[in-house]
Design a protein around this ligand. Structure first.
Ligand SMILES: [Zn+2]
Length: 286
């Protein structure tokens, strides 16, 4: 751990589940009677049951109303017991004592390990759903590796989980930082400029381009500070800090509702603490 930047110690990175979770062989099937834990995903939410201090993963037999699929995916061991995952429909009703908790909720009420395994299950289910057929010949695929690779049963083409890299960057100018606001975010919330990597781009190029496109600002001293797995549905956020190099603020209203320089002493509402955006702001705006 000490070899990594401190900024990777963020939920959704495997650091919080490394001691608790052992990856299984692909589609490994425990004895159906073996009790174990469940990760139940509904869109971007986790279905949980009351725990001692915080809501916990359901354990043991599930009530009938869950209508779990005949063969939920077993992804490994959690606390030494089989961990089975499945998703339920968006409109599926949840009955007490079970609760639904958004993985990306504005206020975090579940612990970091539960968030971590929930995020991993969310990504695996997304990939399993996306990779059932070969993108070359349309043939059916089957599992072949512990990394969730799939092989085409017709042409043998192999594919691995698709993770989309994004750059996210804090831009500093004297005692101010450049923050942006997307209309879809909760009222008043601002965050860092960010965007998806383009073909042929380095992550540094991507950071500079996104800031320029969204705000008209040129940046320099682009420095990598850490990264975060982001399971909505499957991104890798590469975090940077940079300095203002020039240009006037011109907000791209196709992408953003607003962008502003904020004094470090008067920051607006920010993203939740589990996000790399917030970790970068907390670390570098002191
Ligand atoms: Zn194929």
């Amino acid at each position: 751990m000490s070899n990594y930047p401190d900024l990777i110690n963020i939920p959704f990175n495997n650091v919080f589940i490394r001691e608790l979770f052992v990856t299984g062989e692909p589609h490994y099937t425990p004895n159906r009677l073996d009790p174990g834990y469940w990760v139940i995903i509904q869109d971007n939410s986790l279905i949980l049951q009351p725990g001692e201090t915080t809501p916990a993963l359901p354990y043991g037999e599930l009530p009938d109303w869950f209508s779990a699929p005949a063969a939920p995916l077993t992804i490994g061991l959690w606390h030494g017991l089989p961990l089975r995952i499945f998703s339920i429909k968006s409109n599926g009703m949840i009955q007490p004592p079970f609760i639904s908790e958004a993985l990306n909720a504005a206020v975090q009420t579940i612990d970091d390990a539960t968030l971590g395994i929930g995020g991993l299950a969310r990504q695996i289910l997304h990939w399993e759903q996306q990779s059932r057929f070969c993108s070359l010949c349309g043939g059916k695929t089957g599992p072949f590796s512990r990394e969730w690779g799939r092989t085409c049963t017709k042409c043998n083409t192999k594919q691995f989980p698709r993770i989309s890299p994004c750059a996210i960057v804090l831009v500093r100018r004297d005692n101010e930082v450049l923050l942006v606001r997307n209309a879809a975010w909760p009222a008043g919330r601002y965050s860092l400029a960010a965007g998806f990597l383009g073909l042929g781009e380095s992550l540094e190029d991507c950071a500079a381009r996104e800031v320029k496109e969204e705000t008209g600002i040129d940046i320099t001293n682009i420095t990598y500070v850490g990264s975060q797995s982001w399971p909505f549905p499957s991104q890798l956020m590469a975090g940077f800090v940079a300095d203002y190099a020039g240009g006037d603020l011109v907000v791209d209203h196709h992408e953003l509702e607003d962008a502003r320089w904020f004094p470090i002493s008067a920051l607006p509402a920010l993203p939740p603490r589990r996000s790399i955006a917030r970790r970068i702001i907390d670390t570098f705006c002191t």
